[in-house]
Design a protein around this ligand. Structure first.
Ligand SMILES: Nc1ncnc2c1ncn2[C@@H]1O[C@H](COP(=O)(O)OP(=O)(O)OP(=O)(O)O)[C@@H](O)[C@H]1O
Ligand SMILES: [Mg+2]
Length: 260
């Protein structure tokens, strides 16, 4: 089992889009996959066809003291998925944050205790805030993908974040910057790709995701591009990213079970 976290360099960097499509692409390459939404916005589920008014999720269950595993369901593409769920208000989110803050390895221990098929890849849509949610995911992650728009502020922030995450992983975790919504026809996008390669070198993911309108259209239909536009550039690029992620996750050392 290995865990891949996807976190945004800034808001709207495509983190949720990347999580949904990478999970689906990994599943299509016959690897068992389990996907968690750790974002209180609770929108990853829409890529997987969930009903708009469905409020179920693992966070809501945790707060209610109910078994959180019961919130799981399987998407039309066969992705096993845990939505975050709709919390009642900000106070509920603060209660959840405090609960998790007191149990910094709750998620890591939970997934280690699950009876998952060998070779399962767990993917998490990781929020930047609140910190208690972000820390839960990062404490479990073997690979962190920092989703980054091709603009200078996002790239600077992605470089800082990926550098910190890679250094603090003590060799047991890798971080990579994933350029998303790249448009080759725009000079600044090309410059940003060059800066990523030259300045951050080894931290750059081996795949770039181009801006592709079919990603937005697929979401409007509550689908992924693998159903909506299987011949699209985005579908091909996410398949390539999945191949890399599968190989890379098999190279990661097994996760320490201690709480150090
Ligand atoms: N490569 C892309 N090409 C075209 N549209 C994209 C691409 N990536 C993401 N989008 C669109 O950008 C919008 C924001 O994407 P998404 O919700 O994945 O960002 P996010 O980083 O998860 O945002 P948040 O910070 O709110 O969680 C969505 O409408 C999505 O369809
Ligand atoms: Mg998101």
């Amino acid at each position: 089992m290995s865990v891949i976290a996807i976190i945004g360099a800034a808001g709207g960097s495509g983190t949720t889009t990347v999580t949904a499509h990478l999970a689906t692409a990994i599943g299509q390459q016959d690897r068992p996959v389990l996907c968690f939404d750790f974002c209180p916005t609770n929108v990853l589920r829409l890529h997987f066809g969930a009903a708009f008014d469905d409020r179920d999720g693992f966070a809501a269950a945790l707060l209610a003291g109910a078994p959180w595993q019961h919130a799981a369901y399987t998407s039309a593409d066969g992705v096993r998925f845990l939505p975050f769920g709709a919390l009642q208000d900000d106070a509920a989110l603060e209660r959840l944050s405090a609960w998790l803050h007191d149990r910094p390895y709750w998620f890591r221990d939970c997934i280690a205790a699950l009876d998952l098929p060998a070779g399962t890849i767990v993917l998490c849509d990781c929020p930047r805030l609140p910190a208690a949610l972000r820390s839960q995911v990062l404490a479990a992650a073997d690979i962190v993908l920092v989703s980054c728009a091709p603009d200078p502020l996002s790239l600077a922030s992605a470089g800082r974040l990926a550098g910190q995450l890679q250094a603090s992983g003590n060799g047991g975790r890798i971080a990579r910057i994933l350029l998303n919504a790249f448009e080759a026809g725009r000079a600044l996008d090309r410059d940003m790709q060059l800066v990523l390669r030259r300045q951050y070198g080894a931290l750059a993911a081996p795949v770039t995701i181009h801006r592709d309108e079919s990603l937005r259209e697929a979401l409007a239909c509550k689908q992924t591009v693998f159903d909506y536009a299987p011949a699209s550039q985005a579908a091909q690029e996410f398949s390539a990213l999945a191949t890399w992620a599968i190989v890379r996750s098999s190279l990661q050392p097994p996760h320490e079970s201690g709480h150090g």
